[in-house]
Design a protein. Structure first.
Length: 268
């Protein structure tokens, strides 16, 4: 079974937890992004009866502060939690203070275990080396993509058939255009290296779910000012009504889930 939870989602901080049940009865746990304070993350883990030493590794999508909090590197060092990085992220990881002895590198694919394979795809976001993720585990597939201006074909291909899909749905273009923000900021957000609109998200999900519908679709990184659940619901009701029952919006400051796939999986 795979189990996914969001711990925080949005411009004030992002973090999520993926749990993978192993055939030997153990559980591997990976934190995707760590953009909230160590104290808050500690509390989130404690609510799940977990601690930092229960984490198998951390996978940052990139190194903006809302994805790797300023104080996270010291906490990772204190608890000896590995950080799993695409090779091109090494420089930025070092600049924010990730301990070199805890960096684990790959070139786009990595066997996390004998049962688990990781694939990453670089996605366009500002000047960062930003990665989307696909994890295949015991016949199940999890995919996550956030902070990207468009969805590369390579990600659509490897994420196809995902059982649990977490993807950015940052803004409604109409709300962004009327937000009163400076033109340069609107252009950045809506540009090819910015953030996904609701429409871009729907188009990506349509492709990924073409042959098999996910158990759960979790929308990430919604703008507080330039998006609204009603705008999303109306769009999905028009474009992908058959997937509405599987759709979830990650809250900004609360844990959401579990979102599961596999034997005896349930959503609640």
């Amino acid at each position: 079974m795979i189990t996914f939870r969001t711990l925080a989602s949005g411009s004030s901080g992002n973090a999520s937890l993926l749990e993978l049940d192993r055939s030997d009865g153990g559980v591997d746990r990976y934190l995707f992004d760590a953009g909230i304070s160590p104290r808050r993350l500690t509390n989130c883990l404690a609510d799940l009866h977990l601690g930092w030493r229960d984490l198998t590794g951390v996978l940052p999508s990139h190194f903006d502060r809302d994805h790797v909090h300023l104080n996270i590197p010291k906490t990772l060092a204190a608890h000896q939690v590995p950080t799993i990085l695409e090779r091109g992220q090494q420089k930025e990881a070092g600049q924010v203070g990730i301990p070199g002895n805890l960096m684990r590198f790959h070139e786009g694919t990595l066997d996390l275990s004998s049962e688990t394979k990781l694939q990453t795809v670089r996605v366009p976001h500002d000047e960062h080396v930003c990665c989307a993720f696909v994890v295949e585990h015991r016949g199940l597939k999890f995919a996550l993509a956030t902070d990207l201006g468009n969805v590369p074909k390579a990600f659509l291909t490897v994420a196809e058939g995902a059982d649990v899909l977490a993807i950015e749905s940052n803004h409604c273009p109409e709300l962004l255009a009327s937000s009163g923000r400076p033109a340069f900021l609107i252009d950045r957000i809506a540009g090819s290296h910015g953030h996904l609109s609701n429409q871009q998200c729907v188009e990506a999900v349509q492709t990924i779910s073409n042959n098999r519908s996910p158990n759960a679709i979790v929308l990430l990184h919604l703008s507080a000012e330039c998006n609204h659940p009603h705008a999303i619901e109306n769009l999905w009701r028009e474009r992908l009504p058959h997937l509405l029952a599987s759709l979830h919006i990650a809250p900004r400051n609360e844990t959401a889930g579990p979102f599961r796939a596999g034997r005896e999986a349930s959503l609640f």
